[in-house]
Design a protein around this ligand. Structure first.
Ligand code: SF4
Length: 238
């Protein structure tokens, strides 16, 4: 793919492009990836606002584009209902979940291991079973301290490209796009959440960081589950 830019350029694009230019850039990135990978391009859908934008953008490139959702036994009721609605509307969305037996409160004692088992491993399975050569995510560099160093196109695993087509969007631009296209969103946003995850590990938080409500009270606070930081081709030992 030719549209890759370096880290410093990414920072200048965040405030250097207007909303319209960002939408066009995102569409261009997905179009180019789709031309290169065809059916081997799949879209990850976390059921959060950013994923809904990416899903909508991808559908503008090709209506039948495939996607996957990784869910866990700890997702809030609202997210499960929203997921079921999305899957009814888009049968090309596949759901992956781990049913592995784990200690009841592993999310308190070892949230890294809990995320590895319930989120990262099912993501690896999705990539493998869908035969993906490129996966598309809704990651944005303005979401919080752990997301500032990503690129629009990453190759963390050999043979698996990761595309972050809305990397340079601000939070308000995500909401602008969703409002303009009247896209349905997870009802938890109306309750005050800014970043969504599993029930036990997600709180409504104030402050500037969008992900501040994730894993509050643990070493992982405001951090990552691992799907954006660990290998998706090789099993990882915690
Ligand atoms: S977000 Fe919490 S409950 Fe969900 S997989 Fe990670 S540690 Fe476990």
């Amino acid at each position: 793919m030719s549209a890759a830019v370096e880290k410093e350029d990414i920072k200048s694009l965040v405030d250097g492009l207007n909303f319209r230019q960002k939408v066009d850039r995102s569409l261009g990135l997905i179009r180019e990836a789709h031309e290169e990978f065809g059916d081997r391009l799949v879209v990850a859908n976390s059921l959060g606002k950013d994923s809904i934008v990416v899903w909508h953008l991808a559908k503008r490139i090709r209506a039948g584009i495939r996607g996957f959702i990784v869910t866990t036994r700890f997702k809030p009721r609202e997210t499960v209902t929203f997921m079921n609605d999305m899957c009814k509307r888009y049968p090309e969305l596949e759901v992956f979940q781990s049913d592995e037996a784990i200690p009841e409160r592993l999310y308190e004692d070892n949230p890294d291991l809990c995320c590895e088992l319930l989120k990262v491993q099912p993501t690896r399975r999705a990539i493998k079973e869908m035969n993906a050569a490129c996966w598309v995510t809704g990651l944005r560099c303005t979401e919080g301290r752990t997301r500032t160093d990503f690129l629009e196109i990453e190759e963390r695993d050999v043979g698996l490209l990761k595309l972050n087509p809305i990397l340079i969007w601000h939070e308000r631009e995500v909401w602008e796009y969703l409002a303009l296209h009247q896209a349905p969103v997870n009802p938890l946003y109306a309750k005050g959440y800014r970043s969504l995850g599993c029930g036990p590990c997600t709180r409504i938080a104030s402050g500037p960081e969008e992900r501040a409500g994730r894993w509050i009270g643990t070493s992982k606070c405001g951090g990552e589950c691992g799907i954006h930081t660990r290998s998706l081709k090789v099993d990882y030992q915690i």
